[in-house]
Design a binder for this molecule. Structure first.
Ligand code: ADE
Length: 230
């Protein structure tokens, strides 16, 4: 899968996407991430990428021309399945969306900044607007990193144990159950006996029960969804 990320601060994306699972995915040739500096597409002496907003008001708006120049170049080079814009007023990112996006081949992510991008770019190019939560970040780069990480890990072959993503929290509208490792007793606290029993069916049942309990207690919204679906 290929991501092209357009940003005024591509440096912000270098570290999160070059370690651990994302690095392994790239080394294995399963994931490509290309960063594009928006300023490289700006013209004029000052390579300006933002301007005052019409109608007045605090905060700058990202100018349409450099964004369009970068998008036109990319779109002329290959077919893209989605052109995503990261913005707090987008659709809230959820696991099902990540699952679907992990089946795409080429995706562009445009990172918002300042007050956002000129609305006409949204109308002309953007196919999907994504928010990673109801809070405002200083820019869309961290949201883009969240997108690439949450989608990239789902590409077949990226995770060592292929089944493990299937049991992540949210995959079946339930939170993940508690996990333990050695020692079996630590500071007087014991690992639940069932996990030491070697009895696979009982362990699966215990985990499912725990997932349901956790979801019910912590995320009534998800619990309602789970109950409707099952
Ligand atoms: N840019 C600023 N805040 C954001 C958010 N919550 N999600 C996506 N992009 C953003």
């Amino acid at each position: 899968m290929r991501f092209d990320i357009i940003s005024v601060l591509p440096e912000l994306l270098e570290s999160p996407l070059n370690h651990s699972i994302m690095k392994r995915a790239k080394d294995k040739g399963l994931l490509e991430v290309h960063l594009h500096h928006l300023r490289d597409y700006a013209t004029g002496k000052h390579k300006q990428v933002d301007d005052y907003q019409f109608g007045g008001g605090a905060g700058m708006v990202m100018k349409p021309e450099p964004i369009a120049a970068c998008l036109d170049k990319l779109l002329s080079e290959r077919h893209y399945d989605e052109v995503i814009y990261t913005t707090p007023d987008g659709e809230r990112l959820e696991q099902q969306r990540c699952n679907r996006l992990s089946m795409k081949e080429n995706v562009i992510i445009l990172c918002g900044h300042y007050k956002g991008i000129d609305e006409r770019i949204r109308e002309k190019y953007i196919t999907l607007e994504i928010s990673i939560g109801d809070y405002v970040l200083s820019g869309g780069e961290l949201a883009a990193a969240v997108l690439v990480d949450s989608i990239g890990r789902l590409i077949p072959g990226v995770l060592n144990d292929e089944t493990s993503a299937l049991f992540d929290s949210f995959q079946d509208d339930l939170l993940a159950p508690p996990v333990y490792t050695r020692p079996a007793e630590w500071e007087g606290m014991k690992v639940p006996d069932v996990l030491l029993s070697g009895h696979e069916k009982m362990i699966d049942e215990w985990r499912h029960d725990q997932s349901m309990e956790r979801t019910k207690a912590r995320r009534p919204d998800l619990w309602e969804k789970f109950e409707k679906g099952s």
